[in-house]
Ligand binder design. Sequence first.
Ligand code: NDP
Ligand code: MN
Length: 377
Amino acid sequence: MFRHFNPVELYFGSGTLEKAGGLAARYGSRALVVTGRSSMKKIGALDRLLEVLEEAGVAAEVFGQVEPNPSFATVDRGAQRARDGACDLVIGLGGGSPMDAAKAIAMCAATGRPVADFFAGGEPEDALPVLEIASTSGTGSEADRYLVLTNQETREKQGWGHRLTYPRASMVDVDLMRAMPPRLTAATGLDVFFHGLEAYVSTAATPLTELYAVEAMRLVVENLEAAYEDGENMEARTGMAWASTLAGMAIDGGRTTLLHGLEHPVSGHLDVPHGEGLAALSLAYLEFILPACPEKCARIAWLLGEEQAAENSIEGLRRLLQSVDMDGGLAELGVTEEMVDRLARDAGEARRLLETNPRPASLEDIRRLYRQSLEGG
Ligand code: NDP
Ligand code: MN
């Protein structure tokens, strides 16, 4: 028995940003546009979005303060803006950070509650409708219910999701992605690969999420290096964008596992890019889960261009990391031996990500995985 549910209306391809006016008019009349500090303004996407909203008769206000790895405080400020402006719709424009923040702002604006309430176990009774416009091929937030936020006081970073946090509709506009510099392309592209890999090995995987996951991994192997080498290669950009959205659909049902559980404390405490944290932890993680799911690891090896045997998955992954210069360790990101206990404690709290892992991990295992990842592979 398995269940599949994903209610997001998707518009995929070049120029889909233009759909935002009609979609916004369907769901509201005053939009809060949630975006990062500069990239969307710089490439003209924010101005174009405001134009199409105006043409569609939708008033808009911009909340352009979402930092990478967004905090509870940013979300609460955004929600206050939405309430002050009587907004009835939230539009996220950018990478995973503004897209995740948009989902949280929509929930907090509708309920009047601080976002910390929900991370402490509260249930939202309502949320404003959300549209997402993805500018990175990375998180898949446009296609799933999840949002990942950091408590700025404790630096704990955690994922959260609910049936009310699905976007109503999303636009994956590959034209926005051509501006991603190589390092961002690499980090976000590896995030896609690990969504595919984790959803595939997850104990929550279903026949449908496995299908999405495998195709997402295949597309990353086929396109990431080319997109990294030449950001204007639109065929590679399109392959990565589709991989990202598919991988978002894969983790929506199949969920992520211990690797994301290990990474969140790293980007929570050190504010590094999520994909770079995943990359640094990934070889130790794969080695750890390998005995628990050898057949799936053999398939992963094959997808990575190696002969189909479980232990080859490690070498295949190492080559993928090297191909985009992401084979450094956690120490390069600023993690020290002294931080391991604290990181492990936070990772151990992420129960939902531990329960989907194909191999149970003790606190001691978790500490060992961090230590093993300090130096690159
Ligand atoms: P971010 O949204 O954090 O953006 C990273 C940087 O890239 C920012 O400086 C941003 O600039 C810039 N940027 C974004 N788009 C472009 C572009 N097209 N061209 C040039 N620069 C650009 O990156 P990610 O997409 O990787 O999102 C990471 C966040 O998402 C993390 O918090 C992570 O934990 C979370 N996440 C969410 C998941 C989910 O399912 N919802 C799954 C996995 C991760 P500016 O800020 O100026 O816009
Ligand atoms: Mn991720």
